[in-house]
Design a protein around this ligand. Structure first.
Ligand code: PEP
Ligand code: MN
Length: 443
């Protein structure tokens, strides 16, 4: 297999690997490893995302801010998957709309950082850049970038994806399991109870369908796609392969990758990379993005105007979205670009608690999603999906919501390696509220 050649362009947020020989060995190892996903699966996702761009489906993306090797366990993966499946069923049932399910999973191991150094109690060390690069432990040794971690990312991702495929294709995601997904927390929470009622209604509908002889394949399995930020080009490039069917390059490290807010320079290596791969891709769009920036990104990343190829993931902050998003949408509307609009209500709403914990208010998250729906309604465009940082566990990382996490609760279960995630109750609560927004929009 011939190696794809890439131009030498500036790449933001890359680690300074101390050992060039080790990096070269890792490169060769990754080049020889088999693909984690097939090009055909990526194309199938592009088609589904194209439907979402038209308003005929809704995208739910969710998972960790930063996956870690330590949390890449069956329990943790199952809990995250279960949360996304429960949210998806709430959205599907509540809005009568197909939901395209995408995990931030099986590859989300690299993190961009606002600052290269982290200081604790007067000691400064290089920042943690995700398990793909260095260790979370605050010691000089642990913070040295080690390229061999990229090979560990590949194997951890392969294991996670294998389990996800087994869960989603092998009976666990059978619609007749909707009750089972809720078992461990039904009695504890309002969203849990609400879910249980809905699951009862779904059960009755399924029994009716079975009684009349209908038993479609869709009852038994779900399509679940893997995504991560295409940040570390030393990982993504050797995992980019030419598809023998089409002759086009695909990044086979995941079905969908996105370019983050800090690495989307038009003339930088990340945008060049994203432009060349044929996967469906996303770009994060923050509050300082101008309509001209967006236009340039659209032309660069989707010159053929393929529906579903490009998702713009707006992450404006609850206080900005109603002011900034209309101008961007207006500009895009004046073109023939088929943009899929997705709301990330997490990254514009991060704040520091008095205790120093990085946190987010559930009410801000909800308000940004509400703003997103309001602006799209006003502009006559489709709110195509949400992108959420979540976990399946009862962590105490985001404040508020029905579970009432308070500032005092933050230290109890603050387990994230990077940004604060919605816990299971907060995630399900959000899904019910978004289902209402979607349902209202369609009536
Ligand atoms: C992220 O998705 O974890 C992230 C870093 O987002 P952004 O690039 O939007 O800041
Ligand atoms: Mn994050």
């Amino acid at each position: 297999m011939s190696e794809i050649t890439w131009p030498h362009l500036a790449a933001a947020q890359q680690p300074e690997w101390p050992d060039a020989v080790a990096l070269q060995q890792v490169h060769e190892t990754l080049l020889a490893l088999p693909p984690l996903v097939f090009a055909g699966e990526c194309d199938e996702l592009t088609i589904k995302l194209g439907e979402a761009a038209l308003g005929n489906a809704f995208v739910l993306m969710g998972g960790d801010c930063a996956e870690t090797f330590a949390a890449n366990t069956a329990d943790s993966i199952r809990a995250r998957l279960k949360t996304v499946l429960q949210m998806a069923i709430v959205l599907t049932y509540g809005a009568s709309l197909p939901v395209v399910k995408i995990g931030r999973i099986a590859g989300q191991y690299g993190k961009p950082r606002s600052s290269g150094m982290e200081t604790i109690d007067g000691v400064s060390l290089p920042s943690y850049r995700g398990d793909a690069v260095n260790g979370l432990a605050f010691t000089p040794e642990s913070r040295i970038p080690d390229p061999k971690r990229l090979v560990d990312v590949y194997h951890a991702s392969a294991a996670a994806l294998n389990l996800v495929r087994a869960f989603t294709q092998g009976g666990y995601a059978d619609l007749r399991q909707v009750h089972a997904w809720n078992q461990d927390f039904v009695s504890e929470s309002t969203p849990g109870k609400r879910y249980e009622e809905m699951a009862g209604e779904i059960d009755r509908a399924l029994s009716f369908m079975t009684a009349i002889g209908a038993d479609p394949e869709e009852f038994r399995r779900v399509d679940f796609y893997a995504s991560h930020e295409a940040l570390l080009l030393d990982y993504e490039k050797p995992l980019t392969r030419i598809d023998s069917r089409t002759g086009n390059p695909y990044d086979v490290s995941g079905h969908f990758v996105w370019i983050g807010e800090r690495t989307r320079e038009l003339d930088g290596a990340h945008i060049d990379f994203a432009a060349k791969i044929s996967n469906p891709i996303g770009v994060k769009v923050g509050p300082k993005t101008t309509p001209a920036d967006v236009l340039a990104l659209l032309e660069r990343l989707n010159p053929n105007r393929i529906p579903g190829r490009l998702m713009l993931i707006t992450r404006m902050g609850a206080g900005n979205i109603r002011d900034v998003l209309p101008g961007i949408i207006e500009t895009v509307k004046n073109t023939d670009h088929p943009v899929l609009w997705v709301c990330d209500p997490m990254h514009g709403n991060t704040r520091e608690a008095a205790s120093g914990h990085k946190t987010r208010l559930f009410e801000d998250v909800l308000d940004e999603v509400r703003g997103f729906f309001e602006v799209h309604a006003q502009m006559g465009t489709h709110p195509g999906g949400i992108h959420i940082e979540l976990t399946g566990d009862d962590v105490t990382e985001c404040l508020g919501g029905i579970s009432g996490v308070s500032e005092d609760d933050l230290p109890f279960r603050y387990e994230t390696a990077c940004d604060p995630r919605l816990n299971r109750i907060q995630s399900l609560d959000l899904a019910f509220q978004v289902a209402e927004m979607l349902g209202t929009r369609r009536t």
